[in-house]
Design a protein. Structure first.
Lengths: 276, 325
């Protein structure tokens, strides 16, 4: 039966709530972690994995799959959540976050089904994703490559090497999503080293740019459905988000870039998030 | 065009006696043999002599410009899609500058990326210390999954490049600069990875060398022979995985080991040999290589001699270890 637009959005919003619940669950299991950047990314990740990406959880190495690289790898709890919810990995993995021999540590590992690259050292994912997009072109494959970047991550100069080359090669099969939550590890990105005007920077590097509300599922879905935004250019989506979105005490503060999570904090977080 | 059409005489003429150009010529043969091969350049088209490859396989070529971090990251991404990237780069820049990309995207992720690293050691002597690569072996051999190869001459460079087709993991292939390296290896002999080649026999002492120092080791051995000293020479073209059997046998059958390389004495071939011997068969050693200093500017050949990388220095190290002369 065809899913109505309204039903789709409701399903994705519910999935995103579940992602956030699973993020806090994983961080409690691990005792600490990156709640802020995981929760700012949750809606976009839900839209990607449960709507946009052509992937096969039972066949994670399917050659024609769309690629998603989480360059801001510290949001691995959110990636683990979507991979578990999508069926790439066993849901119980989320209760063994950081555990000895757990497939999931603080940052993504390519050995985990559904993870496309070892990331988290910042400034790596865009170049790797560009290589994937070039690989698709060389082998005449139709898959699309997505990469999610942090805004603070854009301080790393290697991003701009890749940004320059990706537009040179007119990689319309590449989309970079900036999770623009405006807060880095030590404070507001604008105070650490300002990155504005951000959209103009990407445009100057030859990308097609759209700014979206990264927590408005309709905006996210409409934009992902419209890709590529230009037939000859890679797309940069600047997603305005809230660090720690969904849990009041974790929102908009660098203190929750990474923090300890005990049972009490977990219960309070889940109470605010509500049922999926 | 078939592999045979590249013709050994043809490539040898074009490559002169420079290992960096032999790599570029071998890529032509790889392009024919491996349809998944793709060459990545960091504005290094002439450095590694890849223009003939580009002409023939333009659709399997990526130029990223002067951007080594991007070259390695993109190569890793290409490799994840099933392609077999060959990165053409300057040794000093592709190792030190993009070390984190090599470590994470290539070695940790265990991708089949081959790095052809020209201008290693002090082969760009006149370019100065900014352009020398005297720590690259230390960096590359410390990475799990990485294979590290140092060809001694153009034949070995060509064969080593072909040998990478069978390596299921990342490879660092160390190449020279504009200095011509005399031939020491057997022409057209397939390179057996991880197996040292014995070029001179001898039971008094053994010289384990790589790269440009192999030919010097041979000359040192010949000079010592005239003095009645039998100096075995092992061409240790593969630094990782290291041929431990050849090292342990040499240690057992001689009175000491001298290592020789165009690399800092810390962390290179000498260190790798010492790591094995210290644990498995403590053996008296001397190491020939670059001391703990940045090299001054100068033409490569006299610069090597200036810092003790010469046939004479190797022979002296052998005599000193044996307590003669």
């Amino acid at each position: 039966m065809h899913e109505t637009r309204e039903a789709l959005l409701k399903r994705l919003e519910s999935a995103a709530r579940q992602v956030r619940r699973n993020v806090w669950r994983a961080l409690r299991a691990g005792g600490s972690g990156h709640a802020g950047g995981s929760c700012s990314a949750a809606d976009i990740l839900a839209a990607l994995y449960f709507h946009r990406l052509r992937v096969r959880p039972g066949e994670p190495d399917w050659p024609e799959r769309d690629r998603f690289v989480l360059s801001k790898g510290h949001a691995n709890a959110a990636l683990g959540a979507v991979l578990a919810q999508a069926g790439f990995i066993d849901d119980a993995v989320l209760d063994r976050f950081y555990g000895l021999e757990s497939p999931f540590g603080m940052h993504p590992d390519i050995k985990v089904p559904g993870v496309e690259m070892c990331t988290g050292a910042l400034g790596h994912g865009l170049a790797v994703a560009m290589g994937m997009a070039l690989g698709a072109r060389i082998q005449k494959q139709a898959f699309h490559t997505f990469v999610m970047l942090g805004d603070g991550e854009l301080h790393e100069g290697s991003n701009w090497e890749a940004a320059m080359a990706a537009s040179h090669y007119r990689l319309a099969n590449l989309t970079a999503i900036v999770d623009h939550n405006k807060i880095s590890q030590s404070g507001p990105v604008a105070e650490i080293v300002g990155i504005d005007p951000l959209a103009d920077k990407w445009r100057a590097f030859g990308w097609e740019v759209r700014e979206i509300d990264g927590h408005d599922m309709e905006d996210v879905v409409d934009t992902l459905d419209a890709l590529p935004l230009h037939p000859d250019r890679p797309t940069a989506l600047i997603a305005h988000t809230v660090k720690g979105k969904g849990v009041s005490f974790a929102e908009n503060t660098y203190l929750w870039h990474s923090n300890n999570v005990n049972d009490d904090i977990y219960e309070r977080a889940l109470g605010e998030l509500g049922e999926p | 065009m078939s592999a045979a059409a590249t013709g050994s005489t043809d490539w040898r003429t074009r490559a002169a006696k420079q290992t960096r150009l032999a790599f570029g010529q071998a890529l032509l043969e790889i392009g024919a043999r491996e349809p998944r091969a793709v060459v990545v350049s960091a504005d290094t088209q002439d450095l590694l002599g890849i223009r003939p490859y580009i002409e023939r396989y333009r659709d399997r070529f990526v130029e990223v410009g002067i951007a080594e971090q991007n070259a390695i990251g993109a190569a890793a991404g290409l490799a994840t899609t099933g392609l077999r990237p060959y990165v053409c780069a300057y040794a000093p820049f592709i190792t030190a500058r993009s070390m984190e990309q090599v470590r994470n995207d290539v070695a940790y992720a265990n991708q089949r990326v081959v790095i052809g690293a020209a201008a290693s050691g002090i082969s760009l002597g006149v370019a100065g210390g900014t352009h020398h690569a005297l720590e690259d072996l230390a960096l590359m051999r410390s990475l799990p999954n990485m294979t590290v190869i140092v060809p001694a001459d153009v034949d070995e460079a060509y064969q080593a490049t072909l040998a990478t087709l069978d390596i299921d993991g990342p490879v660092y292939l160390r190449l020279g600069g504009r200095v011509e390296e005399p031939a020491v290896s057997e022409a057209d002999a397939p390179l057996r990875l991880g197996r040292a080649v014995q070029l001179r026999s001898g039971r008094d002492i053994a010289v384990i060398a790589c790269g440009a120092l192999v030919e010097m080791a041979v000359r040192a051995s010949d000079a010592l022979r005239r003095e009645g000293i039998g100096a075995r020479v092992l061409n240790m073209h593969t630094i990782k995985p290291l041929d431990r059997d050849a090292i342990l046998t040499a240690a057992a059958e001689t009175r000491g080991i001298v290592t020789a390389e165009e690399h800092h004495l810390a962390g290179g071939l000498g260190g790798a040999v010492a790591e094995i011997l210290a644990v498995e068969r403590p053996t008296r050693m001397r190491m020939v290589g670059m001391p703990d200093t940045f090299a001054m500017v100068g033409p490569t050949v006299p610069l090597r001699a200036k810092y003790g990388m010469s046939a004479e220095a190797i022979a002296d190290a052998c005599r000193a270890l044996l307590g003669v002369g």
